[in-house]
Write a protein that binds this ligand. Structure first.
Ligand SMILES: Cc1cc2nc3c(=O)[nH]c(=O)nc-3n(C[C@H](O)[C@H](O)[C@H](O)COP(=O)(O)O)c2cc1C
Length: 161
């Protein structure tokens, strides 16, 4: 099985999650973990399993991730099983800032947006889009998030066997 993990990062947290996901998949797949800016649409469309992640900035993925997904031809992900993740501020932080909680409810997170972009290209989402939490706005990751990401990835890979 060929697995591709595509991500971008502003402060390094999403990269750490992407690498943890890649490592967790290694037992079951040939894995390529690649930054969105260094990936071509063909890298994504030829994968058996594709996992795409981004930091949530202003409720959306980074433009590099969105741009790459937009370049994929219609239906080109028909035979690719996919999952989406993001990193985001913690629920405690969101709850502390009332106006933020309001906008989060309205506009959501990057992972959902990525999931929608992927299904628009014909992909089948294997699991609900997943968020991993950082401290404050720039991280580091909350304790246990790398392990949670690895467990999430293992569960996805096991489901494919
Ligand atoms: C300009 C900016 C906008 C952000 N907007 C959001 C947001 O809308 N929702 C959210 O949960 N976190 C938001 N964050 C926090 C980011 O999600 C956080 O910086 C990111 O998870 C860190 O990942 P990275 O180190 O890979 O960049 C924002 C951060 C920045 C710098």
């Amino acid at each position: 099985m060929k697995a591709v993990v595509v991500y971008d990062t502003a402060f390094g947290n999403t990269e750490k999650i992407a690498l943890a996901i890649g490592k967790a998949l290694e037992e079951r797949a040939a894995v390529n973990v690649v930054k969105a800016g260094n990936a071509q649409p063909e890298d994504l469309t030829t994968a058996d399993l594709l996992i795409v992640g981004s930091p949530t900035q202003k409720f959306r993925p980074l433009p590099s991730v969105t741009a790459l997904l937009q370049k994929i031809a219609p239906n080109a992900l028909k035979n690719v099983r996919v999952a989406a993740f993001d990193t985001r501020i913690s629920p405690e932080e969101v709850a502390r800032v009332v106006i933020l909680a309001f906008f989060v409810k309205l506009f959501g997170y990057a992972a959902e947006f990525i999931g929608k972009q992927l299904t628009k290209k014909g992909a089948e989402l294997l699991t609900s889009p997943q968020g991993f939490y950082v401290q404050g706005t720039q991280g580091p990751l909350l304790e246990g998030e790398l392990e949670r990401a690895a467990a999430w990835a293992k569960q996805i890979a096991e489901g494919l066997e």
